[in-house]
Design a protein around this ligand. Structure first.
Ligand code: ADP
Length: 400
């Protein structure tokens, strides 16, 4: 059984708290990814599970046994790291079996395990090769094979694809998913790459500054982010954020207003300072408003920079507000850090929009997220709750 539990795990170094009161409950066979920006405590968390670091406080259990202070060799785990250190003078078979030979496994058992791992990883034809006769992807597969032959209850992987080129990384993502299915074993995976986390995991644990922000299936983190940090971190390009204030029946921002029914969304109280979040794919040119069940009123904007991506075009917009003139106020410098008067919109590649054009856009009101500006916590993910859900829990939505 490969279930892993962290209870109140904290790791302090001299002047840094790398991990702060982390609680995780990972089921046997789950693929859970720890994701967050560099320095947020992902590796330290994984190292406490591996036994490479002893937490300052808290308890770690694997398969129901308290392993908090046990050395790595006495835990039923195997690790795969970013830096693949294969022994250069040993062929693939010997590299994969090295750990088993150290532990005095008999030859027949070693051969059985290496054969099975090579088959799973589709490297049967490479077992007699030396490391310098392998490509980067093949070497990474051997490193994973070295972990597989241990037949551990839990695989711990720290950025194992980070050194591969972009194309191979995408390919290896699918390989790892297939591997997880075949091994049917718990995998706990660390990455700073939110796309990697989104595509492979049963659940992702989003961390920031040593704190767990949210642990949930990828699409729940995407559709119902727990706070501004998760909303901004998950999704590329990231969500637009615009600050505003709640008034009776509408959220008022400098560039637009969003109407809601106060009877349905009582958590939005007049006077509250809120941040409206909307993803670029939920902003539309106003002529598309007819295709949406619940568009906002048209919002006046000026197009700034356009980024054609091939399958879509990102259009940076500067909001003109209700009263602004059509002139200078609309221009801006590169809109990399979007402010409250800027929005990023994703449109189809055949769009004929150009830069420096006055247009109108609408937002899909069903896809608007509202956060408490002070605490950053999500207030609601569905301001049309009653229409979508018949009064259900916040965030869950019908597909439109
Ligand atoms: P991540 O894996 O998310 O990049 P880490 O877990 O490596 O983050 O690091 C979290 C924080 O702890 C960072 O501020 C890092 O500098 C600090 N840290 C990690 N290991 C040590 C160590 N051995 N000694 C001192 N500080 C450390």
């Amino acid at each position: 059984m490969g279930n892993v539990t962290l209870e109140h795990v904290t790791k302090r170094y001299a002047d840094v708290t790398a991990v702060d009161d982390m609680n995780l409950d990972i089921a046997d066979g789950e693929f859970v990814t720890l994701v967050g920006p560099s320095g947020c405590g992902k590796s330290t968390t994984l190292e406490t599970m591996a036994g490479l670091t002893i937490p300052s406080e808290g308890t770690i259990t694997i398969a129901g046994e308290d392993v908090t202070t046990r050395p790595p060799k006495d835990r039923d785990i195997a690790m795969v790291f970013q830096n693949i250190a294969l022994f250069p003078h040993m062929d693939v078979h010997d590299n994969m079996s090295f750990g088993l030979r150290l532990r005095d496994f008999d030859k027949a058992e070693i051969d059985r395990r290496v054969e099975r791992a090579a088959e799973i990883l589709q490297i049967e034809a490479l077992v007699d090769r030396m490391p310098d006769e392998l490509s980067g992807g093949q070497r990474q597969r051997v490193a994973i094979g070295r972990a597989i032959v241990r037949e551990p209850a839990v695989f711990l992987m720290d950025e194992p694809l980070a050194n591969l080129d972009a194309k191979l990384r995408v390919h290896m993502r699918t390989e790892l998913q297939r591997l997880h299915k075949e091994l049917d074993t718990t995998i706990i995976y660390v990455t700073h790459d939110q796309a990697e986390a989104m595509t492979m995991s049963d659940r992702i644990a989003v961390m920031n500054e040593g704190h767990l922000q949210q642990i949930a299936p990828p699409l729940v983190c995407y559709d119902q982010p727990a706070n501004l940090f998760v909303a901004g971190f998950i999704g590329s390009p990231s969500m637009n954020f615009v600050e505003g204030t709640v008034e009776s029946g509408e959220i008022v921002t400098p560039g637009f207003d969003v109407a809601f029914d106060p009877g349905q969304v009582p958590e939005l109280a007049p006077g509250d300072d809120v941040t409206v979040g909307v993803r670029p794919e939920d902003v539309y040119p106003a002529e598309k408003a007819g295709e949406l069940a619940n568009p906002t009123r048209p919002i006046r904007a000026r197009t700034d920079v356009l980024e054609p991506m091939g399958d879509e075009i990102f259009v940076y917009l500067v909001l003109r507000g209700e009263d602004a003139s059509d002139s200078e106020a609309a221009t801006t410098e590169a809109a990399s850090a979007r402010g409250s008067d800027e929005l990023l919109m994703s449109v189809e590649p055949d769009s004929d929009l150009a830069g420096d054009e006055d247009i109108e856009v609408v937002l899909d009101r069903r896809k608007i997220h509202v956060f408490d500006t002070g605490t950053g916590d999500a207030v609601c993910h569905d301001i049309l709750r009653s229409e979508a859900m018949g009064g259900g829990h916040p965030g869950a939505r019908e597909e439109t």
